[in-house]
Design a protein around this ligand. Structure first.
Ligand code: G3D
Ligand code: MG
Length: 183
């Protein structure tokens, strides 16, 4: 049955305004890209099942409830409430705007303040299709490594890497949950 699943996780999508958060979520959950997104108002979520293969070859169906949180500063006061109960997150920047890369630290601080613990995150370098890229791969990798996060490059426009983001995070969350059960 397509509605059945083994695990359910709430995840949040974080990052500066216009880095492509809504585009990534839409691409993943509906499989298409639109260029006429309205700036996300407050927050909204998408739900999508994804099959992931674990290290032992077993297939696990994960239901992701993906909260697309508005990045604009005027929504800052509302965001902590959307972070609550999140098992994991996706931290997005735009490779064509260095400012969005520099702002990553602030997003980590805001998240940590709101939920008071560490949750698994995936670092996403989005808009790799653009010719005017300014943040190089090594910089993103270094940042991800420093914070113990996997690093994924994506283009919500072409779709490249988008599924990888969610597979990567889902696998980490399942591993954590399974490990927790054994302990
Ligand atoms: P946000 O939700 O993080 O605020 P959006 O960002 O998803 O609304 O995207 C902001 C703008 O970037 C949109 O352009 C969107 O089409 C564009 N965009 C998102 N992802 C990509 C990508 O991977 N490649 C390219 N080239 N553009 C992308 P507009 O012009 O509609 O504001
Ligand atoms: Mg948005």
């Amino acid at each position: 049955m397509s509605s059945s699943y083994d695990y359910l996780f709430k995840i949040c999508v974080l990052g500066e305004g216009a880095v492509g958060k809504t585009a990534i979520v839409t691409r993943f959950s509906h499989g298409f890209f639109r260029t006429d997104y309205k700036t996300t108002i407050g927050s909204q979520f998408a739900v999508k099942n994804i099959d992931v293969f674990m290290d032992d070859g077993s297939k696990v169906t994960v239901k992701l409830q993906i909260w697309d949180v508005a990045g604009q500063s005027r929504f800052q006061i509302l965001r902590p409430m959307y972070y609550r109960g999140a098992s994991g997150g996706i931290l997005v920047y735009d490779v064509s705007r260095r400012r969005t890369f520099i702002a990553l630290d602030e997003w980590l601080v805001e998240l940590k303040k709101a939920i008071n613990k560490e949750i698994p995150l995936v670092l996403v370098a989005n808009k790799t299709d653009l010719p005017d890229r300014v943040v190089d791969t090594w910089e993103g990798r270094e940042y991800a490594q420093k914070h113990g996060m996997p690093y994924v490059e994506s283009s919500a426009k072409t779709g490249e890497g988008v599924v990888d983001i969610f597979e990567e995070l889902a696998r980490i969350l399942v591993r954590q949950r399974q490990g927790g059960q054994q302990a």
